[in-house]
Design a protein around this ligand. Structure first.
Ligand code: ADP
Ligand code: ZN
Length: 765
């Protein structure tokens, strides 16, 4: 009997393909990349394993070549891939493709060489200031470059200099000719953070609380999951650092650190770099494909043993992984929106079991899933209930926007006046946005030269444009979403598909010139603040101000240097920032998002409010938080105001019993989409009937089907969307049914109909 190798190809097919091993070789190790003939093309696949094939089955084609000496996917990762394929109902080839740098699975180049880069290296030292002044008298630009290099370890890539300083080749040539610098070529890992100064961190001595956590994590069993519930400012980062230090002390051992988004967490990343320097590879989303491949190779060779990155860093090709840290484990960005729709936290737990690693899930506001698991004893719960240095959590007051505002409109928690039925019309546009209490607090901070953070989780200028005569709201032609008004550049923009159009003064429907701008966005708050507090230095941070590679870090650097009085932004400013000068946090409108038709709306709101509140008073100066809301009694707002995570989860878990939602039940969202509304609706009905028949025929009592119904956002990018929910207390049953459905349910081949399965969805919108 011939031996054949089963190969996964990155095709949307639940099927693998078998080939004879390459000429003259026997076995092909699982995880090895193979080049195979497929439909008159050559494809790169991953070997899954070998088996005996019956002689007479057919004539097998042969693997053309195996480009690498080593398997690209190690045994633990391959097992993790198998789990992902099954759990997320995604072909194994698609999963493996997501795990590997794009070049390794692209058909064209089976074995790309690591890209070379040009680096500028300082060629001489200049100790005398007079000599320096003389040398650069006529060439201040050269001086900037020279001093930039001095400040950055005497070297920088040409690309980084061009990007950071706008330096051209001619200038560098002149500097080479003058013997100031030389240019070399390196195939080294290009790390965009390397050109940024690493934050110097004093090696703090852990507090007793921190030490207890460090000791317990060090003693954790392989595969154990530790939930580190530490309030904001409790010093979770130091716990991670100490744990990682122990890992590095063991020869060959390695670790992975997941952060929600590298660009948003420059401080955290800087602390890892400052501690571990060359041992860290930062997997930044701004890396080019070539840079990503470099980083991957460096990790695979074990030249760096700590991988820090967002979601996909969970696939870092490290060996002997001992610890996987998931910082801010509650963050929705750990879930991937496209296939494979994996949740990096859950993949981390699976990979850790295969590797014999320990998982540390850190958060001040753990997800309900992780909390529930800890309560059931599946995770080990470790708490850091106090801020470092005995600092208190900030005091919080609520401004109830429902009642008339008076000078004393901020009340301590618990003391709220009942809302009168009528809201008086406020003529002052600033006052409609910023209450007197918040304005006074901002002015106090300005006078004391302290910093403030203002949160409004809605970008743009106004949230929509409506005609006062006919009520028509300007909507996106492709999505069932109203258009947001933006200034600079002035236009109406869709936040889902990117469509934008000029602002029109006359209503599209009734032609009256009565369009009004309604609702509030960060751009408008910025303008109002600038008019009212002209002396304040204001920085705005939202998706519109952070398109450049360094935009986030540059804004945050300015805040860190004390060049900003008020940092205004969307949820971007709520995460992980640690600025001792910030003593005030204001929430302009706590209710944004609270009423979305999504079972996680309350959880998201609580997390956002608790996290942003946690930015205040993190050092010696006490912090204060002012929350403006029309829903002060909603438990997401009320519990955030009292810093009461436990009350929040108790209430929220109870709410998810009936109707049942995760973590009380396992959930999958099946979305049918296409360009024709009727066809989508019909196909969704057919899918539902198909599943109901299956449930009846097989008597699958543990399974519940909800829907079908139009998705809350019924159209995105010109595609109509319907969805149905499958719920079961039995995860295995859910997996089997979804797999059966994915393989057997025939999607009609018309109107671009598509069915997607989102297992463990983080949003149902
Ligand atoms: P969080 O738990 O919110 O992530 P951080 O890890 O950012 O908190 O720590 C909050 C602040 O406390 C940081 O500025 C950090 O440098 C400081 N810190 C942490 N541990 C200690 C310690 N043992 N002694 C003194 N300062 C500490
Ligand atoms: Zn759109």
């Amino acid at each position: 009997m011939p031996r054949v190798v089963d190969v996964a190809l990155a095709l949307p097919l639940f099927q693998t393909f078998s080939y004879l091993p390459p000429e003259g070789s026997g076995e092909v190790a699982p995880g090895t990349r193979v080049v195979v003939p497929f439909r008159n093309r050559r494809e790169v696949g991953i070997a899954l394993g070998m088996r005996d094939a019956p002689d007479d089955e057919r004539s097998w084609k042969r693997v053309v070549s195996t480009p690498d000496a080593e398997p690209a996917v190690g045994p633990a990762m391959l097992a993790t891939a198998q789990w992902m394929a099954s759990h997320y109902v995604t072909p194994i080839g698609v999963v493996l493709r997501a795990m590997l740098p794009v070049q390794l699975t692209a058909a064209a180049a089976p074995s790309p060489a690591g890209k070379q880069q040009r680096v500028v290296i300082l060629a001489r030292a200049l100790d005398s200031l007079m000599e320096r002044d003389a040398l650069f008298k006529r060439s201040p630009r050269q001086r900037v470059v020279f001093e930039h290099l001095e400040a950055n370890g005497n070297r920088a890539t040409v690309a980084a200099l061009k990007e950071r300083l706008g330096v051209g080749d001619a200038l560098l040539r002149t500097m080479v000719e003058r013997g100031l610098v030389r240019i070399g070529h390196e195939g080294v890992l290009r790390d965009p953070f390397a050109s940024r100064p690493a934050e110097a961190v004093a090696a703090h001595k852990p507090t007793d609380e921190q030490q207890a956590a460090i000791t317990r994590i060090a003693a954790a069993a392989p595969g154990e999951v530790v939930l580190l519930h530490g309030v904001t400012g409790s010093g979770k980062t130091l716990v991670y650092l100490e744990v990682l230090r122990r890992v590095l002390a063991e020869p060959g051992a390695s670790a992975i650190v997941l952060v929600p988004e590298i660009a948003l967490t420059p401080q955290t990343v800087a602390r890892f770099r400052a501690w571990f320097g060359d041992q860290v590879a930062v997997l930044h989303s701004a890396l080019s494909d070539g840079e990503r491949l470099d980083a991957w190779r460096v990790l695979q060779r074990g030249e760096r043993r700590i991988a820090v990155g967002a979601r996909s860093a969970i696939f870092a090709p490290l060996q002997q992984v001992r610890v996987i840290v998931v910082d801010e484990e509650h963050e929705a960005s750990y879930k991937q929106a496209d296939a494979p729709r994996y949740h990096a936290r859950d993949v981390a737990m699976v990979r850790a079991r295969r590797e014999g690693a320990v998982v540390v899930l850190g958060s001040a506001t753990p997800s309900l899933e992780s909390w529930h698991h800890a309560q059931e004893g599946r995770h080990t719960l470790l708490a850091l209930p106090n801020r470092v240095g005995g600092g208190a959590l900030p005091s919080v007051s609520v401004v109830d926007l429902r009642r008339p505002r008076s000078p004393s409109d901020a009340t301590p928690p618990g003391e709220r006046l009942p809302a009168p039925p009528q809201e008086p019309i406020e003529r002052d546009p600033f006052r409609r946005v910023v209450s007197r209490a918040l304005e006074d607090a901002l002015r106090e901070r300005l006078a004391r030269q302290e910093q403030s953070i203002l949160l409004l989780n809605r970008r743009g200028y106004a949230s929509f444009q409506q005609c006062a005569s006919c009520g028509d709201v300007a909507a996106c032609p492709n999505c069932s979403i109203s258009l947001t008004l933006h200034r600079a550049p002035e236009r109406l923009a869709c936040h889902y598909c990117g469509h934008h159009e000029p602002v029109h003064l006359a209503c599209h429907r009734c032609r009256e010139a009565t369009v009004r701008h309604r609702g509030l966005g960060t751009q408008q708050v910025e303008r109002l603040l600038g008019e009212r507090l002209p002396e304040a230095r204001i920085a705005r941070m939202d998706l519109d101000t952070t398109s450049g590679k360094w935009a986030h870090a540059d804004i945050l650097d300015r805040v860190g240097r004390g060049e900003v009085d008020i940092l205004l932004g969307t949820q971007m400013i709520a995460k992980g920032l640690d600025f001792p000068g910030v003593t005030l946090v204001g929430v302009i409108d706590a209710d944004v998002g609270i009423n979305l038709p999504d079972f996680r709306a309350g959880e998201r709101t609580f997390q956002l409010l608790a996290q942003v509140a946690g930015r205040a008073g993190r050092s010696v100066k006490p912090g204060h938080v002012i929350v403006q809301t029309r829903m002060p009694d909603h438990h997401a707002v009320a519990c955030a105001v009292t810093h009461d995570y436990h009350a929040f989860v108790a209430r929220e878990l109870a709410d998810r019993q009936s109707p049942a939602y995760p973590p009380m039940v396992r959930l999958a969202n099946i979305v049918v989409s296409g360009v024709d509304e009727a066809a989508v609706a019909q196909s969704a009905q057919e899918a539902a009937s198909w599943l109901l028949r299956l449930v009846e025929n097989r008597q699958l009592t543990g399974l519940r089907l909800i829907g079908p119904a139009p998705s809350p956002i019924a159209r995105i990018k010109s595609r109509y969307r319907w969805h149905l929910l499958l719920k079961s207390p039995d995860g295995k049953l859910l997996t089997n049914v979804l797999r059966f459905f994915a393989e057997r349910f025939a999607v009609p081949d018309r109107h671009e109909l598509r069915v997607s399965i989102d297992r463990d969805p983080v949003t149902l919108l």
